[in-house]
Design a protein around this ligand. Structure first.
Ligand code: SAM
Length: 283
């Protein structure tokens, strides 16, 4: 008997707010898949509707954090038959603080190919907007909800030599920031990125102490990413980029001046280069 061809498991990244942040390839896969699997089937149904992708009688199964062997076996069975299975988590990139990990083993058991249609993730979007160094970062995801476990986890992150990235809930944000300030140090540069790609998108920057103070009066609702600079990272707002550029441009080429100030601030090179050109134009 001929062996059936290996199936294909595709992790499909979906938007984190703005429904148009879906890739054309993700839509192709959602159209072509034989079986659709989602953390929340209602959310995927809505996304398909928005983008005019018909379900056309194809099975749509749920697979989430509480899914057991039976749910995995169903996916494995489809892959074993040589089918294409598309998996989407609630939002963003599957497996990034989201379910999907257990499906890797299921797919490997039947030698199915595993691939992904990459796209947005809240962590990466927040890093781009935070103004904190992006050359090295450590993604932690959600801190433990109990204070003791949270502080212990933070203690372990103290020596990490890169920007720390946390997912946080609006109910706990004040307490989490306070614990971060106490454990990591109140002067660390930080950014709170909220409701990214949505109507009330907001990026608040300052030291951890500043954010703790602001959290006492602010109402930070919705979805939140907190980023904390490594020990010694410069708080971008506090550093006078223009002054540093003016000095460097006095006796160095634009390229060298940009390199020196990029190194000193940890800010993106493109941003510093742009500012250098503006300064030169105004001279
Ligand atoms: N898989 C997702 C990703 O790739 O980013 C993350 C899923 S995790 C269950 C949900 C958390 O991600 C939220 O509690 C929040 O911390 C963060 N998040 C998701 N969407 C966001 C957004 N639009 N703005 C800010 N944070 C967001």
């Amino acid at each position: 008997m001929a062996e059936s061809p290996a199936g294909q498991l595709v992790f499909v990244t979906t938007p984190i707010g703005n429904a148009r942040d879906i890739t054309l390839r993700a839509l192709d896969v959602l159209r072509a898949a034989d079986v659709l699997v989602a953390e929340d089937t209602r959310t995927l149904r809505r996304l398909l509707e928005i983008h005019g992708v018909p379900l056309s009688g194809r099975p749509l199964y749920a697979y989430h954090d509480h899914s057991g062997d039976r749910d995995r076996a169903r996916v494995r069975g489809a892959l074993e038959q040589g089918l294409m299975v598309a998996y989407a988590s609630e939002a963003g990139t599957p497996l990034i603080a989201d379910p999907g990990y257990g499906l890797i083993a299921a797919a490997r058991e039947v030698s199915a190919t595993i691939t992904a249609t990459p796209g947005v993730s809240a962590a990466i979007t927040a890093l781009s907007l935070s103004g904190l160094p992006t050359d090295q970062f450590h993604f932690y995801g959600f801190l433990p909800s109990s204070k003791g476990a949270r502080c212990k986890a933070l203690e372990g992150l103290r020596p990490v030599p890169g920007t720390l990235v946390f997912y946080e809930s609006p109910n706990r944000i004040g307490k989490a920031l306070q614990d971060m300030a106490n454990t990591l140090g109140p002067n660390r540069a930080a950014a709170l990125c909220r409701e990214l790609t949505k109507k009330f998108e907001e990026v608040v920057t300052g030291t951890l102490a500043d954010l703790v103070t602001r959290s006492a009066t602010a109402t930070w609702k919705g979805e939140i990413v907190v980023l904390v600079g490594a020990e010694g990272a410069v708080e971008p707002d506090a550093l006078d980029v223009d002054e540093a550029l003016e000095t460097a441009l006095r006796d160095q080429s634009v390229k060298d001046a940009v390199a020196v100030v990029t190194e000193a601030t940890g800010l993106p090179r493109r941003q510093i280069y742009q500012r250098a050109l503006e300064i030169l134009k105004d001279r």
